[in-house]
Design a protein around this ligand. Sequence first.
Ligand code: GLV
Ligand code: MN
Ligand code: MN
Length: 403
Amino acid sequence: MSVRDRLAEISTIGRDDSRGGYSRHLLDPAEVALRGWFRNSAEALGLPVEVDGNGNLWAWWGESRSGAVATGSHLDSVPGGGAFDGPLGVVSALEAVAILKAEGWSPTRPVAVCAFAEEEGSRFGMPCLGSRLMVGEITPQDALARVDRSGVTLDKAWREAGLEVSAIGPDPDRLAGLDMFLELHVEQGLDLEERGLPLAVGSAIMAHGRWRLSILGEGNHAGTTPMRGRRDPVVAASSAALAVREIALERPAARGTVGRISVTPNGTNVIASRVDAWLDIRAHSDSEVRSQLDATVALIEERIAAEGCVLQVHEESFSPLVLFDETLTARIAGLLGGVPAIPTGAGHDAGVLSAYVPTAMIFVRNPTGVSHAPQETARAEDCEAGARALANVLRDLAGEAPG
Ligand code: GLV
Ligand code: MN
Ligand code: MN
């Protein structure tokens, strides 16, 4: 097989005809189908699969569960996302194992191919939910109480999927069994395309966070309410979105985005009573994210006061700056022939794990530079180069006994 053959196997799963691209969210039918595909693919390679208490999938090559080199990514997507963000890392890990097995090579350390649950946070709002639960960065209570857009709690979704609610939570033994983690990922920008290179390693992940902004106004009749004196949260939310951009533009390399808005009650002839808008802020340090948030909230409060609206701010997640393990990253860059180390503005399970386990990333060139959208892509030859590179890295890292 090849990476592109493996991606073709899942190319019809979770297609989103209305948004374009793919919508694959934790424990929805598409994501459950991908879990089945993962199990079949791993078992076809002779790798037994287990689901940990947090819904993460692990396929094991080797008997031991300690000193492991783990590699993988995630299978879920954003709403209307691309085919590569997540699946490329999982598929490449499976293909790398297939390449090594075809050579007759076998690892000295155990190798785990993994797929983490709800990396995008698109259903329950917490990015890297599965890896954060595993390392204990969020509590089971917090996770179980989270609600999706239809009002279904994670607790209910978990039970309906036949998963064990009491198993959710920190998994220190599993974490202690990992000596290294590697995540291969499609690049989410044009750096490699501009450099004319197929592969890079990751140096850093920008600090980032997500906040729900609830803008409260006064619901009323669109026809009988005079224009003056309205307290319209849709008007206020529009000024809020502009404020987010104004503040981000003042700060070099900062990002500020409102990508999701929910209007209550959402009627054409109704002045809304409330708007929830989700704010995503990214910057080069934790403190820059915090100060960008403070400046953004202050400007929004000023703007929406003019509309007679009130703001409530709720932090949904915060992901500190990540600097990947320099020794491991340099070793991998060397194994790949001296590829560059590049930073990213995107979050990854590798970012969560890097605080606990030496972690590195490999990026595969993306000719459009687009991600979180259907135009996300990677050339077939670059995908195969990525899997071969990962196989070379695994041969080196898993070929030596744990120190
Ligand atoms: C996930 O890809 C994110 O960066 O939000
Ligand atoms: Mn993503
Ligand atoms: Mn991803």
